[in-house]
Design a protein around this ligand. Structure first.
Ligand code: BEZ
Length: 394
């Protein structure tokens, strides 16, 4: 009863807030020397640590510039999206309509980001994606207002499939959470693996964010593949790797993944992740000068080493800065700002990258090996890999 009352009250508050927002002309309320950034990220649930790393990275870059980008003071509004697609439209509207942010930044979960893209497009609000890999964001839903500083789900998965073939594997089984990110990652892995002459014996999936892996591990053991490819991230990834080792599979069937499996999760795996090979656009031990300064600054401020999510957040702020520089901090000059963002070269800790015509990073995908607490770079799985951007008409 009490919960129902609270829910009614919060719905009323959101409705009143949205209605008030609708009465104020778009873009009218922010002073020209201020830019309001709406951070829509998970603060709870299996992706909570990822959301916090993105926030840290974004704010670190802004602080390094003295809290201003191109003379404009950066203000924040934040929403915990809970990685819940069913709440995504309402949460995005809170930031875009009620808070009238100049730039929407988020999120981790592909399903949530797809809903955010629709809200941002309907209001022509700048939308920067610092993680979610949904292929469609820079594919069929690509848009002049939408930019991504992370990856498509296809990119690291395709590179991992190629590397699995090069490592001599002929058969594979895949396992993932059953939503856009996992489905697209499996599709990318399977594409490269079958193009290279491999055979996928079975694709297995469980609902997000379930972590009851036992029956799937039993099935994998019965199928006896040469290799297993999975997409998991955050808290669920750590549990999966512990269970995979606990089931005795780690010693007999090599496990591969897009690097989200082991980024920011190795400590929680308690040694079960040791030696895992993954593919990702970031790694530990890169010979990139910008990475060294970034890591030193991040560790000094947050007392921990950054992961790929922190890098993507940092680069989202860099991309916003590139746009604001071109317009002297005047965020209302949308066309000029977006042109500069499209043409920017981002001096990223991962290595410098540019954006494709669909606004997605063209980037190297590294091969990494888990050693202790780090994912050590061992080579490049795919050089300057651009997503095919299927269906993008800009
Ligand atoms: C996604 O939903 O796109 C995603 C989530 C966590 C890590 C990587 C991708």
């Amino acid at each position: 009863m009490k919960q129902a009352q609270q829910h009614r009250r919060s719905v009323m508050r959101a409705v009143v807030g949205l209605a008030m927002g609708a009465l104020i002309p778009m873009g009218a309320a922010q002073a020209a020397d201020k830019v309001k950034v709406g951070l829509m990220l998970p603060a709870t649930g299996t992706y909570a640590a990822l959301g916090s790393a993105i926030t840290n990275g974004f704010k670190l870059y802004v602080e390094e510039q003295g809290g201003k980008l191109a003379g404009a003071e950066i203000e924040y509004a934040a929403v915990d999206d809970e990685s819940d697609p069913s709440k995504a439209t309402e949460n995005a509207n809170r930031l875009v309509v009620r808070d009238r942010v100049d730039a929407l930044v988020g999120t981790v979960h592909s399903g949530v980001a797809l809903a955010m893209a629709r809200v941002a497009k309907s209001r022509d609000t700048l939308f920067i994606v610092p993680n979610a890999g949904a292929d469609d964001l820079t594919g069929s839903l690509c848009s002049p207002n939408l930019f991504r500083t992370s990856f498509t789900n296809w990119q690291p998965a395709y590179a991992m499939g190629k590397a699995a073939i090069e490592r001599g594997h002929k058969t594979a089984v895949t396992l993932t959470w059953n939503y856009a990110a996992g489905q697209e990652a499996v599709k990318g892995f399977n594409q490269a693996f079958t193009e290279g002459g491999g055979k996928v014996l079975k694709d297995l999936a469980l609902p997000f964010p379930n972590v009851e892996f036992q029956s799937y591990l039993t099935e994998i053991a019965a199928l006896k593949p040469d290799a297993v490819y999975v997409f998991f991230a955050g808290g669920g990834a750590a549990k999966f790797v512990r269970d995979y080792a606990g089931a005795g599979l780690k010693a007999s069937v090599p496990l591969y993944s897009s690097g989200f499996l082991t980024d920011g999760t190795l400590e929680a795996m308690g040694g079960a992740g040791e030696g895992l090979i993954t593919a990702l656009h970031y790694a530990d031990g890169l010979e990139v000068p910008r990475d060294k300064t970034f890591r030193t600054a991040y560790a000094a401020k947050f007392g921990t080493q950054p992961d790929v999510y922190a890098v993507q957040g940092y680069d989202a702020a860099q991309l916003l800065h590139a746009g604001l520089k071109a317009v002297g901090g005047d965020v209302k000059k949308k066309a000029e700002m977006r042109k500069a963002m499209r043409e920017a070269s981002i001096d990223s800790p991962r290595g410098a990258f540019t954006l494709s015509a669909a606004h997605n990073p063209v980037q190297d995908i590294y091969l990494r090996k888990a050693e202790g607490k780090v994912n050590k770079v061992t080579g490049i799985a795919a050089k300057a890999l651009a997503d095919p951007a299927t269906g993008c008409k800009m």
